[in-house]
Design a protein around this ligand. Structure first.
Ligand code: FE2
Ligand code: FE2
Length: 430
């Protein structure tokens, strides 16, 4: 189900009849924001049946994606593998339950599905990249009670058959993240410079994405109080509202929560609550969306551009598990984003990121995006993968004491701009 939000932007309540008299010499920007497949998020306590339903749903969705791959067309359930003879071809889709390295460097993987468990032997490189709870395809040959895997298959994105989706009109989207308002380290001057630029005529921005950590929050980590400029989370959002009001009303702002925001931490995170935005909650150009969330923009005389917003809280633990990602994760954050696009899941390991079983696993990337945008790492990346723009949207927070201690150098003030007509990107430093 798609829920359509405002179109031609105005700060007036659209239910009231307001005649806008245009002198004709002003260029009214036409914009459109569609929030796609918003998920039902409940507050009820979750128990075993909900978790079972959730993981069954993840399995079914991932199997569907994996079976688009040639090698996985003949995939069977694990209980059927027992009927096979040694040397037979074997293909299956299963959860990774556990893995152990062997003396030869190869890995034994314990696979699991609804019908049982089975083991597979995979090579060292593949074994190192496996993470618990991800759903993979395995193809190889039977060796008694084990599959000798020739390959581990991930659903991945398809190879683009035609050029990228574009819009008919010339219009741009801007991507920022992690303002952390309320922290002593928030770069207010740079944020204001950016807002001033938006208020000028020097651009053609119709959309602004903010994938989380709008505010610093309170009680996020021990000793945080000393790092705060504003100690009340609602006052932090008030300050965000003041900044927001500098943004012209013909720019659609789409904001999702991060791990510092007021919403619950477990994912999917619900929309930022209305009560945090008493001033701007009714503005037609302010769209509060869930995390993660697919948002299509500018579906006007074109299919529009689908933006997968995901804050990135799962990135920390995911990169920790995979050596080749760990080494370059913070400096080049697009690698982890591309890795998750290949896995078609935003937080594969249950328990690292708190996942709330809402029936449907909304962290599966079942729809192919045109853009994936994240934040959280406070560094910047502007890359592409199989026709998808992969953007890690920097931050507006200077290096914090915590980041100093762990040696993480942020790259703040970088704004990525995407031309929706040409799909060319540029980066502006504020
Ligand atoms: Fe952040
Ligand atoms: Fe974050």
């Amino acid at each position: 189900m798609e829920k359509e939000f405002g179109n031609i932007s105005t700060k007036f309540d659209s239910s009231k009849t307001v005649e806008i008299k245009d002198s004709g010499d002003r260029n009214v920007k036409e914009t459109k924001v569609d929030v796609m497949d918003e998920h039902d998020i409940t507050k009820e306590e979750k128990d075993v049946p909900e978790f079972l339903e959730y993981f069954n749903n993840r399995y079914d969705k991932m199997k569907k994606l994996l079976q688009r791959r040639q090698e996985m067309r003949s995939a069977t359930t694990l209980n059927r593998l027992e009927r096979k003879s040694e040397g037979d071809d074997a293909a299956t889709v299963a959860f990774v339950k556990d893995k152990y390295s062997t003396d030869s460097g190869k890995f034994i993987v314990e696979l699991e599905d609804k019908t049982g468990t089975f083991k597979a032997l995979v090579d060292e490189r593949e074994g190192q990249r496996l993470v618990p709870d991800e759903v993979i395809g395995v193809s190889g040959s039977m060796g008694g009670d084990i599959i000798y895997a020739n390959s581990v298959i991930r659903p991945d994105l398809p190879i683009p058959q035609s050029g990228p989706n574009t819009t008919e009109e010339e219009i741009q989207a801007a991507y920022i993240s992690d303002l952390h308002i309320g922290s002593k380290d928030t770069l207010h001057n740079r944020m204001d410079r950016f807002a001033d630029w938006l208020a000028s005529d020097n651009h053609n921005i119709g959309y602004l994405f903010i994938p989380g950590d709008l505010v610093e929050g309170v009680g996020i980590y021990p000793g945080q109080k000393e790092e705060l400029e504003i100690e009340d989370i609602y006052k932090q959002y008030r300050r965000f509202e003041e900044w927001f009001q500098k943004i012209p009303e013909d720019i659609q702002v789409i904001a999702s929560p991060g791990n510092h925001d007021i919403t619950r931490l477990s994912e999917p995170q619900p929309r930022l609550p209305e009560k945090a935005f008493p001033e701007i909650k009714d503005y037609n150009n302010f769209h509060r969306v869930q995390n993660p969330q697919m948002v299509r923009i500018h579906g006007i005389r074109s299919k529009g551009i689908k933006n997968l917003m995901y804050h990135g809280y799962s990135f920390d633990d995911h990169v920790d598990k995979i050596k080749e990602l760990r080494e370059k994760a913070y400096e080049e954050p697009h690698h982890v984003m591309i890795d998750l696009l290949k896995r078609r899941h935003l937080a594969p390991t249950y328990g690292d990121t708190m996942l709330s079983p809402e029936g449907d696993d909304s962290l599966v990337i079942d729809t192919e995006p045109d853009v994936m945008v994240s934040g959280h790492f406070h560094s910047h990346a502007n890359s592409t993968y199989k026709g998808v723009n992969v953007i890690c949207a920097s931050s507006f927070q200077a290096q914090t004491d915590f980041q100093k201690r762990v040696g993480h150098e942020p790259d703040p003030g970088k704004v990525t701009l995407l031309d929706l007509k040409t799909r060319k990107t540029s980066v502006k430093q504020f």
